[in-house]
Design a binder for this molecule. Structure first.
Ligand code: SF4
Length: 405
């Protein structure tokens, strides 16, 4: 099966899933429509005929909409089934008249596509790389740029950085993400929500948590979606645009990330104007493998990693462990940043603990205890490489980094 056929099938899968979700929503709307209350009103004879008519008028459109969505689901499934039945490779997966069969077809098609990154890059109209400036982003940008360059598609690459507020990020993160993009000569876009991380917490009176990662969805994902619209407008195509959105997440980072796939349809961001595929080019790399690629390619990384803080996230990330947060507080003190006090004050003001298990005030208390016992933390450039790959690798990396500068 050729690539356009595969992409055509993916679009049909997306349409089928979208029709089904629409159908489900409208079925719920139909159930919630006031027909039962109309019957109750009639039974009790407590309401006037005008109200009955008005309520009945709400039921009818809901029923029509639900029927229409149901028919659209049937039609989309049938079209998809016919298209899949024509392809020999996927004939075994049968007619995708069930959600399970459709998912199986989707997974098979996407697995095939992710195994041929250069073909995917050629087919894409734009490749967006979401970069936090952190180690996984650096390697993701480097891989996508190298693959795109090798097939003459460097002009399709756009690096996107979500600024979540300078008072929440380590200093230099935005500049580093920009320099990483400039190093390859690719376009760099900064997106920023009207209210940053601390403003969002203040407004809600709650810190986000692992189950409600509003910080990621509001400050990063929703803002990135605006770039999809901008790029599609700029492309000005008559056909549906294929956008490949690259993220530097890895399976080994967490259980929930392990459940994701290397390549997936972004159903939420796709529409008739754009098919958005989410691609994780470093999905199967371990942390050590990431550091090896950074060392091998002399990629510049943020000095925070040299203090052995494992992620270049917000200064205080809601997903970080107690020990990492303690280290972050101590690093703030060395750098003269007011962030620990800002966060502890905010925590006191909203009366909600930073994490379920402990407060930031407790983190700061522990940091002060360690500071008194050990003195300020120290580090040397290259310590992250030294820690993961050894002394020789760090020496070699620093030498090559200086040459590349
Ligand atoms: S780094 Fe952590 S706190 Fe910051 S936006 Fe991401 S998940 Fe939220």
């Amino acid at each position: 099966m050729d690539l356009p056929a595969r992409l055509g099938l993916l679009e049909l899968i997306r349409l089928s899933a979208s029709a089904e979700s629409n159908c489900r929503r409208l079925r719920l709307a139909l159930r919630a429509a006031p027909s039962s209350r109309v019957e109750e009103a009639v039974r009790e004879l407590a309401r006037a005929e005008a109200e009955y008519t008005s309520r009945a008028a709400q039921v009818t459109p809901a029923t029509v909409r639900w029927r229409r969505a149901f028919t659209a689901t049937e039609r989309a499934d049938t079209t998809l089934g016919t298209a899949l039945a024509r392809t020999r490779q996927l004939a075994g997966s049968g007619q995708p008249r069930t959600k399970g069969a459709r998912r199986a077809a989707e997974t098979a098609l996407l697995a095939e596509l992710s195994a041929m990154p250069k073909t995917l890059i050629r087919a894409a109209h734009a490749l967006l790389v979401q970069s936090s400036g952190g180690k996984d982003s650096i390697v993701t940008v480097d891989r996508v740029v190298r693959w795109a360059d090798s097939v003459g598609c460097l002009d399709k690459v756009v690096v996107v950085h979500a600024d979540i507020g300078q008072d929440a990020e380590w200093p230099g993160v935005l500049d580093l993400a920009r320099q990483q993009a400039e190093r390859y000569g690719v376009r760099f876009i900064v997106v920023k929500a009207p209210v940053g991380f601390l403003g969002m917490v203040e407004k809600r009176g709650l810190w986000p948590d692992a189950q409600n990662r509003l910080c990621t969805s509001t400050l990063k994902r929703d803002e990135a979606a605006k770039v999809f619209t901008q790029i599609v407008d700029e492309l000005g195509l008559d056909e549906q645009a294929l956008l490949v959105n690259c993220l530097g997440i890895r399976a080994s980072e967490s259980f929930s990330r392990r459940q994701k796939h290397e390549l997936a349809i972004d159903h939420r961001a796709s529409s008739s104007r754009r098919l958005v595929l989410t691609w994780h080019p470093v999905f199967h790399l371990s942390e050590t493998a990431i550091w090896k690629e950074i060392a091998d390619n002399a990629l510049d990384y943020h000095p925070v990693y040299d203090t052995l803080i494992p992620r270049l996230s917000c200064i205080f990330c809601i997903l970080a462990s107690f020990d990492v947060l303690v280290r972050a507080v101590r690093l703030c003190w060395v750098l003269g940043l007011p962030t620990p006090k800002t966060y502890v004050d905010l925590e006191g003001r909203i009366g909600h603990r930073f994490k379920n298990q402990f407060s930031l005030a407790q983190v700061v208390e522990e940091a002060a205890r360690l500071e008194a016992a050990e003195g300020p933390i120290t580090w040397r450039r290259g310590d992250a490489i030294r820690h993961h790959l050894g002394d020789d690798a760090a020496t070699d990396y620093l030498r090559r980094l200086a040459l590349a500068a």
